[in-house]
Ligand binder design. Structure first.
Ligand code: NCD
Length: 299
């Protein structure tokens, strides 16, 4: 039976803590290499730098081969269905598919059609799932706060279009008893009926009060049909994090952002390399967590 890494909700608290502890161990100890004949195809049908490169580096660190079929020059551009392409990759010897895709259900669909032959690893799909990002976010919080429970976590911005936020909310509820505050303009507030332990604030300064962790989200201009320049200017004024608004959070609050950042839109440039910013720490955790994920699916 192949193992998959598709949805953070498929994992228990112990599973996630094991993965995080393994990732932490990889920081100080060289990872034991996997079977060098393993091949992992990285198929990214949406743009990416951090997730794509960190999966490539993770493969390299584990001694396995990463194959990167460039999507615009693949047979998908000739109209081939994804399932047929994946079956062909498997017939050539590919063991795992790391997939980024715009469709909310694509990984589940592939799991049922070809998942007995190839491991599916979700590298972010649609607006719903981004489990490897959640793992690295939880690892960052754990390393910086020494706990994954009893925290006030503020998630600020475009929650409606954010797979990072949806997955993180689920992850925070799996690993501990945390209070999550979604700080969003009304039009970007998602339907919260399936979300546990979330409160909504439509005011940045109020919502940030007592926050131990502040997660800023990128404004996803590419997913918003009607974008208006005035909205960008107003956005920073009302919802942008800077050294002044950060003062409303707890004294030792950490600042996170999945990247890429729209500087001076959702977050002021001055905060990116601020001592309380963990943005680059998150990026470094990304490689280690993806090593732990590959190790999990191949073990
Ligand atoms: C995120 C994504 O693609 O969902 N980025 C990432 O994986 N580091 C967030 C974003 O693009 O805003």
């Amino acid at each position: 039976m192949k193992k998959h890494f598709i949805d953070i909700a498929d994992f228990s608290k112990d599973d996630l803590l094991d993965l995080i502890h393994q990732a932490i161990a990889f920081r100080s100890h060289k990872a034991p290499p996997l079977d060098a004949s393993r091949i992992c195809a990285l198929l990214f049908l949406e743009n990416s730098t951090r997730t794509l490169c960190s999966f490539q580096i993770a493969c390299c660190r584990l001694g396995i081969h990463a194959l990167y079929p460039p999507p615009e020059r693949s047979s998908l551009s000739k109209g081939e269905g994804l399932e047929d392409m994946v079956l062909s990759l498997h017939a050539m010897g590919v063991d795992a598919l790391v997939l980024r895709h715009q469709d909310d259900r694509i990984c589940e669909t592939l799991k049922y059609s070809v998942g007995d032959q190839i491991s599916i690893i979700n590298a972010g799909n649609g607006t719903v799932h981004h489990p490897s990002q959640t793992l690295l976010d939880l690892m960052t919080i754990f390393e910086k706060k020494q706990t994954l429970t009893g925290l006030n976590v503020a998630i600020v911005g475009d929650v409606k279009h954010s797979r990072v936020a949806r997955s993180l909310i689920q992850g925070l509820n799996i690993v501990g008893d945390n209070r999550i505050s979604l700080i969003t303009p009304a039009e970007w507030m998602p339907d919260t009926t399936d979300m546990e332990n979330v409160a909504h604030s439509a005011n940045l300064k109020e919502g940030l009060q007592h926050a131990d962790v502040v997660v800023m989200l990128r404004v996803q201009k590419e997913r918003i049909a009607e974008w208006d320049e005035q909205l960008i200017a107003d956005y920073h004024q009302n919802w942008g994090l800077n050294v002044t608004t950060l003062d409303f959070a707890a004294e030792d609050a950490i600042v996170m952002h999945p990247g890429p950042v729209n500087r001076d839109m959702e977050i002021a440039s001055e905060l990116i390399s601020h001592p309380r910013s963990c943005i680059l720490h998150q990026v470094s955790c990304g490689v280690l967590c993806r090593m732990a994920i590959l190790n999990y699916v191949f073990s």
